[in-house]
Design a protein around this ligand. Structure first.
Ligand SMILES: O=C(O)CCC(=O)C(=O)O
Length: 248
C-alpha cells in the first residue's frame, strides 16, 4: 500500500497494524487479470451482478439517480476485457453478494473476513470495476473490513471529527442508521492539496492487491479504482454495532 497523504506517518503506522493482525491468514492476491478473470468466469460466470454507472458528476446524481442493471457476470467480464466496448469505462459491479463457491475458489473461506460470524457481519460483497470507476464521498453506519484481491484502489478518507465540514446529507434518515452522502463532487478529489477541504484533513492512500483495510464506522470515504480492481468487503451488522456502541 503506498501513501500520498498529509497524514503520511499515520497511514504508515496503520498499515503495519492491519498487516500484522491478518498476515498469517491472508489469501493470495492475484497479480494477473487473465488468471483472475478465468476463475471468476468458471466459478460464478452465470451468476448475475448489479452493474451501475461508474462515475457520478454530482452528489445529487449519486443520491437520487443511481442507475442499475442486472447482467450475468460473464457479460460484465466481457465488457471489462473489451477496450473498445461501449460500456468499458462506464459501468461498475459494486457491492455484489459474494457467492460461496467463489469465496472458496479465491481461498477466502479461511480468511477472517469470510469466517466472521454471520450474525454480526453482513454477508461478504465483492466489487469489480474498471480504471476510473468510483464511489462518491459518503459515510457508512458500521465498521468495514475490505480486502483488495486485484489491482489498485485509491481511498480518500476523513475521520468522524471532519464530518461537519463535508456537506453531508442523509437520503433516508428514518431507514439508514447513519448513512450519508456528501455534496462534494467527485471532480474535487482529482488532485488533493492541503487546503482543499480545510479545515477537514483528508487521508489518502492506495490499497494494492493483498492489502486489508479496516475503516471505522462513520469515517467518510471517496473511492476510485486506479486500475481494473477486485475487492471483497464486509460491514458489521447494524444490530451488532448497536450492541457494541449502544448510543448509535
Ligand atoms: O470500492 C468502492 O468503490 C466503494 C467501497 C465502499 O464504499 C465501501 O467499502 O464502503
Amino acid at each position: 500500500m503506498s501513501c500520498e497523504s498529509p497524514r503520511n506517518s499515520l497511514t504508515k503506522r496503520s498499515r503495519r497494524a492491519t498487516r500484522s493482525s491478518f498476515a498469517t491468514q491472508l489469501p493470495p492476491p492475484y497479480l494477473n487479470w487473465e488468471q483472475l478473470a478465468e476463475v471468476l468466469l468458471a466459478t460464478a460466470g452465470e451468476s448475475t451482478v448489479q452493474v451501475r454507472r461508474s462515475t457520478y458528476g454530482s452528489a445529487a446524481d449519486y443520491l437520487t439517480n443511481r442507475q442499475y442493471e442486472e447482467i450475468p457476470l460473464s457479460a460484465y467480464l466481457n465488457e471489462l476485457c473489451d477496450p473498445d466496448g461501449e460500456h468499458q469505462t462506464m459501468r461498475y459491479a459494486g457491492n455484489v453478494s459474494l457467492p460461496v463457491p467463489l469465496a472458496s475458489r479465491l481461498d477466502m473461506t479461511e480468511f477472517p473476513l469470510c469466517r466472521l460470524s454471520s450474525e454480526q457481519w453482513e454477508p461478504p460483497a465483492y466489487w469489480i470495476g474498471p480504471t476510473g470507476s468510483l464511489t462518491p464521498l459518503h459515510k457508512d453506519s458500521t465498521p468495514n473490513l475490505a480486502y483488495q484481491i486485484f489491482g489498485t484502489k485509491r481511498w480518500v478518507v476523513f475521520p468522524v471529527r471532519d464530518i461537519p465540514f463535508l456537506r453531508m446529507s442523509r437520503p433516508n434518515p428514518s431507514e439508514e442508521m447513519d448513512f450519508a452522502v456528501s455534496e462534494i463532487a467527485p471532480s474535487e478529489f482529482k488532485e488533493l492539496t492541503a487546503a482543499r477541504f480545510h479545515p477537514a484533513v483528508p487521508l489518502e492512500f492506495m490499497l494494492e492487491a493483498g492489502d486489508v483495510l479496516y475503516l471505522p464506522a462513520g469515517w467518510a470515504h471517496f473511492v476510485e479504482n486506479r486500475t481494473t480492481s477486485v475487492m471483497v468487503n464486509r460491514w458489521m451488522s447494524r444490530a451488532a454495532f448497536r450492541k457494541l456502541i449502544p448510543l448509535v
